[in-house]
Structure formats: C-alpha cells, structure tokens
Write a protein that binds this ligand. Structure first.
Ligand SMILES: [Zn+2]
Length: 393
C-alpha cells in the first residue's frame, strides 16, 4: 500500500506541478531535496540501500519493468517542456491580453529551446520534432516515454554490472512489474505479508536478500550454493516449497474457471498409459483448440537462458506425441520466477477472462488483465516465501 501511495498520491504527483511550471535549472536544490526524500522512503520500505542503477530501475514505469517511482531529474525536462507546449498560447493571452505575433514567436522560441534541451539529453537519435510534441494530446507523457526508453537503454549498456544484474535487467518487463500494480485486496488473494513484499521487491531490484552466500541443506547430489540474491531458493526443492507455489497458482486458475462454470477437472488421472499426469487442469473446450486441453503449470528460474521457451519445449517433448494419440492437446502455462508469462497460455487465460467478464459485467480485456495479474501475483508471492524459507547446512 505504501508503494502505491508513493507512486500515485503523496509522492511525485505532489511535486509535478512545480516541475511543470519551473525551469529545471532554477529549482535544482528543491529537486535534489525531493529526490533524497523519495529515495530514503523507498530504501526504508525495501529495507536496503539502493545502488544508483537500482534507483534508476525503480524509476522506470511498470511497462518498462520498473516499479514506477519517478526520479525528479529524469522527469523535470519532460514536465517543463510538455507544459510549455500545452500552455504557451494561454500564457500569451493572460500576459499580453490579445494575441501578439511578435511575443508569440519569442515564446514559441522558448518552447523550441526547451524541447532542444530535452532532446539533447534524452532523444538525440529519435526522429521527433517540436511539432510532434505540440500535436500530442499529452506532451509530458509523450516525452516521458522517450526518457524511459533512454534510461532502460543506458542501464542495459552499463559495462560494470555483474552477470546476475545484467540478466535481471534483460528480463524486466511489464509482466515482472505487474504485481506491484495490484491493490492489496486480501479477499481475492492479492495480499502479501510485509516480509514477502519486501523480499519480492529486493529480488526484483537485484538487491542482496542475504548478507552472504552459504550451502543449502537441500538433499542434492552436489552441495548447492545458496546465493545472496535468493535465486537458488526460487528453484530449491527443499521442504516442498516449489510444489506449494505450483499448487497455489494451479488452484487459483482452477477456482476461477470453476467459478464461472467452465468445464474442467483438476489433476485428471488415466489420461496417459503410465502414471504421468500432464494436466494440472483438463479443459473440455478452449476456443481455438479442437481437442480437450491439458493445461500444465510450470514455474521456472528466470536466471537461465530462455527459461520459458526451454520449459515449454521440454514439456512438449515429454507429452505431446502421447497426448496426440489420445486426442488431447497441451498448453503450458509457463511463468518465470520474476513473473514473466509466456504468451502460449493466453488463449486459456482469455477464455476464463471472457467468462468472468460476462459474469461481472466488465470488459473482457479488464477481466483477462486482472486474472493474469492474480496469477503473476501468486507466483511472485510464493517465490518470495521460498526465498525467505532459506535453510543452510
Ligand atoms: Zn537448496
């Protein structure tokens, strides 16, 4: 809740008006003071200091994989230039009464100057002109989009990042930030404990969850290093943590489908000739599929090479031929430990979403988006719980 308030209410929005109306060079002290305040609050909430690149990652909008807590210095020129574009004609009218061509031209020059300053900082290569900004309905958002892209590009171009952080930045996406947008609604499962939430934030910003690495007590052929970031714990089988995470996500989808009278069965037996159970949920009918659909939920380690594609390929190799013989289809709902969802499962999610939409009188897009958010949220929550449940030898 505190994160949502800082993002949308008591934080940056309160300062935005000042940024829109004051030249960034004139309010540097205020900007620094505000950023220090925001940074301190964020670090207090996360329970750890942020390196500069982590603060920049947290600045990015969720769409770009961040958590949407803006840095004033990254926003100031977009806010000021955008506001000038929207208001220079009105300012002329207020200041000079009637339209004065000479003054108007000089004020338009001020707009152009601000735009050029913005462009030099954030979009030197982009093919956009001042007219594009003037014609935009929301100039500040139009400009901010380029700043977000630039910040992300600069983060990925950093040479001094360790491999874990580089992979993290590459994997950050709208999906991985999705859970941070959820309002805390415990009655539909959208709530974490403070510890889970903090751990999830640390994991998603590449912050050390633990002070040092150790050896995990899981019974493996070889000793397993339990790393500081908690990555090992997100795929460690000790204590049935992964089974619990998988089952919670499966149960969520099953209960949602049953709740809107979709014909389905959990853990259907005897689909194949041996004891394999390829269907966490067996659907009688999914639009676009001619056969019954086995939905297989799998949650994988995000810090591998192409984890989602590999997981799906492995499942298909294991089951597909035998399932086809039995006149069954397979859809893998693959999520990685950061929350990325492979699009293969979207027809199933959309189908359940469409039925929820009918029942609740909301749009199909909204119902589908909410369901997807709940799936990601549950997966992230139990990933965080697994990290917190670390056991060293
Ligand atoms: Zn382990």
């Amino acid at each position: 809740m505190e994160l949502l308030l800082i993002r949308s209410c008591v934080g940056f929005p309160k300062f935005n008006f000042a940024l829109r109306t004051c030249h960034p060079d004139k309010i540097k002290d205020a900007m620094n003071a505000f950023e220090n305040m925001m940074r301190n609050r964020l670090e207090f909430m996360i329970g750890s200091r942020l390196e500069n690149w982590q603060r920049e990652l947290s600045h990015l909008k969720c769409k770009y994989g961040g958590i949407g807590i803006p840095m004033v210095e990254k926003i100031a020129w977009s806010a000021y230039t955008g506001s000038l574009c929207q208001t220079y004609e009105l300012q002329n009218k207020i200041l000079f009464g009637k339209f004065d061509t000479g003054v108007a031209k000089s004020r338009l020059f001020a707009v152009t100057f601000a735009f050029m300053e913005w462009k030099t900082q954030y979009a030197t290569k982009a093919k956009i002109s001042i007219d594009d900004v003037l014609n935009s309905k929301q100039p500040q958002f139009f400009l901010s989009k380029y700043v977000n892209e630039k910040v992300r590009e600069d983060l990925l171009a950093k040479h001094d990042l360790e491999i874990h952080h580089r992979i993290l930045l590459q994997r950050c996406s709208d999906d991985t930030a999705n859970w941070t947008r959820a309002l805390p609604l415990p009655w539909i499962g959208l709530a974490m404990t403070n510890g889970e939430y903090r751990t999830a934030l640390q994991f998603h910003l590449g912050i050390n969850v633990y002070n040092k690495q150790g050896v995990c007590s899981c019974k493996s052929k070889f000793p397993q290093i339990s790393d500081k970031f908690g990555v090992h714990d997100t795929f460690c089988t000790k204590g049935g943590r992964l089974v619990a995470r998988h089952d919670r996500v499966r149960d969520l989808i099953y209960n949602e489908a049953k709740g809107v009278n979709i014909s389905c069965e959990m853990e259907a037996n005897n689909l194949l000739d041996n004891r394999d159970r390829p269907a966490d949920i067996l659907f009688a009918n999914i639009p676009g599929y001619r056969r019954r659909v086995c939905l297989d939920v799998t949650i994988v380690n995000a810090f591998q090479e192409n984890p989602l594609e590999k997981a799906i390929a492995a499942k298909k190799k294991k089951y597909m031929e035998r399932l086809t013989r039995e006149n069954l289809d397979l859809v893998v709902l693959a999520i990685d430990s950061l929350g990325n969802v492979h699009p293969e499962c979207l027809p199933v999610v959309r189908f359940i979403g469409s039925k929820i939409a009918e029942k609740e009188g909301i749009t199909e897009a909204e119902a589908t988006s909410r369901l997807k958010q709940r799936i990601i949220f549950k997966s992230v929550q139990f990933t965080a719980a697994a990290i917190m449940d670390r056991h060293l030898v």
